[in-house]
Write a protein that binds this ligand. Sequence first.
Ligand code: SF4
Length: 239
Amino acid sequence: MTASAWDAIFGFEKVSLCDWPGMNASVIFLGGCNMRCPTCHNYNLAWHSHEMTVYPRTEIEAYLKARQRWIDGVVITGGEATTVAGLADLIRDLHTLNMPVKLDTNGMRPDVVQELLRLNLVDLFAVDVKGPYRKYPQLTGGTTQPDEAERNLGAIFAMAEMHPQSFLFRLTHVPALSDTDVEEARSYLPQGFTLKIQSYVPPRRPHAETDTETGRLSGDLVHRTDFTGHPEGPESQRH
Ligand code: SF4
């Protein structure tokens, strides 16, 4: 049976005013990630989604149908959405509800981004540039080597040059980055693009403490179906 990306949704934020500039958006959180960033706010979602409860598709569809006049679009974030099988079909399903889609990505699956572009399924890709390529191993928990980061982001930048209206780039200024590092990362962008710098905000939950073994912050910003209220983090903490 073909995998459905609906079965990889582990969080749903009904209304967000900060995830898609100028839009009242709902936010879908997909589980799984190809990185292990030490500063990840959503590590349960990214690495342990198999222990989480799938957010019911029927609830999301019912909500979006009932709020079509008020919700301008849907942001798909993660985890890393491009690692999820059936992503294109999920987006098509959202289009049947008249929902344009913004996709957050760490840029390491340019093949998926290229295909979504070709199919004209995504209105806006928000791509994270983690820092200078040479620091990717440190910034991503050893998952991504400098040459890999350069190759994949280079492919994304080439797409952005062809479709400038479809891309924006952002960098979260985590403690491991100096101002010089930020400028180095900024220099990678194609002409005409700006790098949105987002402040790093440590998790605010009372039990968010540093994990002494891995050096990462514990805590998880994603809605569990058994939680109420909004995730704690601003847009900058999605990735
Ligand atoms: S910060 Fe983003 S890219 Fe990094 S592990 Fe977490 S979800 Fe994945």
